[in-house]
Design a protein around this ligand. Structure first.
Ligand SMILES: Cc1ncc(COP(=O)(O)O)c(C=O)c1O
Length: 385
């Protein structure tokens, strides 16, 4: 079936020809709505640029200044964020960039503070750099909680070590687009306790139209000593084509220079080519994609109301991820197990995003066709009914 929709129109369009983790981790009768990959057709500008590079044999090392300049141009045009490419270091990907900055900013007596529920790899990377983790859970509304931040910053800094805070802006999995006021409150608290903020902004291109705009953390007053890490990889579904930038705030430029230049070597030349094409020539495609994602988000709301009214959720302001509160369903701490084993739908397991904060939750990836969403929710309902 031919379709003009980017995310596909029918269930028969399951992307079983793909070999990424989304498609291979579970048996083929399980609908995969878990990991943050999209079932979208490729952005033509990106596919052309990568195919052309491969066919020309343009498969050597990348030239980082080109990539940094394109990110700066995109950030200015998209968010009005005036950022100098010389304040950037091109790195392998967002998590390597964020964790290397945190390694530099913190020490073994210090800690890294995170706000669960949050992207599960935050926990793994804090462990990987050998730092203690302190949690400042989000509030019940899925948003930053100033009191929890204050308590966590106090505890993390009590031993006198150097402390970082890893912000998820927008937040995976709650889909919250942090407001300028919330970010300014965070910046003030971080200054008060001497905590250094690193903002992971990978989901920034995925803010839904009609909701609050994305605020780059480094544009917030008080955040001048922070770092941000960005890649268009999530927005254009290019996780397998890796590259990203670390951006230093004006008061962090000297520290940026201390990050070893060799980190740039991890960035893939084909990744840079893909990302540059996305940010330069893939904007119309991206606008259409976001329209489809917003329609899917609204469809999920209707389907849940109809088939699973006891699940509570707040439609996300950003991301293609729904954070579903299943605590009323009596499916235990990790309802994803029942949905997968009995309903044959793979969802993100809530406790992975925070042992306490994710208990009784699942994360549903709605970047797929409306037909697959309908089938998935119908299957989920059979587990409950
Ligand atoms: C918040 C967040 N940061 C980082 C990543 C991974 O990015 P990368 O592959 O560039 O490390 C993800 C992937 O889903 C994510 O949700």
């Amino acid at each position: 079936m031919t379709t003009t929709s980017i995310l596909g129109a029918s269930e028969t369009e399951l992307r079983r020809d793909r070999t990424s983790v989304k498609w291979l981790a579970y048996p083929s009768d399980v609908l995969p709505l878990w990991v943050a990959e999209m079932d979208c057709d490729p952005c033509p500008a990106v596919a052309d640029a990568v195919a052309s590079a491969v066919s020309r044999g343009d498969t050597g090392y990348g030239w980082a200044p080109l990539y940094a300049a394109e990110v700066a141009r995109y950030a200015g045009a998209t968010w009005g964020w005036d950022v100098d490419p010389s304040a950037m270091l091109v790195v392998t990907d967002v998590m390597i960039g964020a964790s290397e900055v945190l390694r530099m900013l913190t020490d073994e007596r210090g800690a890294v503070v995170v706000s669960p529920p949050v992207y599960d790899s935050f926990f793994g990377f804090v462990d990987a750099i050998g730092r203690r983790r302190v949690d400042a859970p989000l509030g019940a509304d899925g948003r930053l909680d100033p009191e929890a931040l204050r308590t966590a910053f106090r505890e993390a800094t009590a031993g006198g070590g150097r402390v970082g805070y890893l912000l998820c802006n927008p937040q995976n999995p709650t889909g919250v687009t942090h407001s300028p006021d919330e970010l300014a409150t965070l910046a003030a608290l971080a200054r008060e306790f001497g905590v250094r903020v690193v903002a992971d902004e990978i989901h920034a291109p995925l803010v839904h139209d009609g909701g609050p705009a994305f605020t780059p953390y480094l544009t917030v007053p008080g955040a001048e000593d922070a770092f941000a890490v960005f890649s268009p990889s999530k927005g254009w579904n290019l996780a397998g084509l890796k590259s990203a930038v670390v951006v230093a705030g004006p008061q962090a430029r000297a520290e940026l220079a201390r990050l070893p230049e060799v980190h740039t070597h991890g960035s893939s030349h084909l990744g840079e080519i893909a990302h540059v094409a996305a940010m330069r020539d893939g904007l119309d495609w991206h606008a259409r994609l976001r329209t489809e994602l917003t329609a899917n988000r609204d469809l999920v709301g209707r389907l849940l109301a109809q088939h699973l009214p006891d699940i509570r959720w707040t439609a996300p302001e950003a991301t293609y991820l729904g954070w579903l509160d299943c605590r009323a369903l009596d499916l235990g701490d990790d309802p994803a197990t029942a949905f997968r084993e009995r309903g044959r739908v793979a969802l993100g397991s809530g406790p992975r995003y925070g042992a306490q904060a994710g208990r009784g939750f699942v994360r549903l990836n709605f970047a797929t066709s409306p037909a697959i969403l309908e089938e998935a929710v119908r299957r989920m309902a059979t587990v409950v009914g």
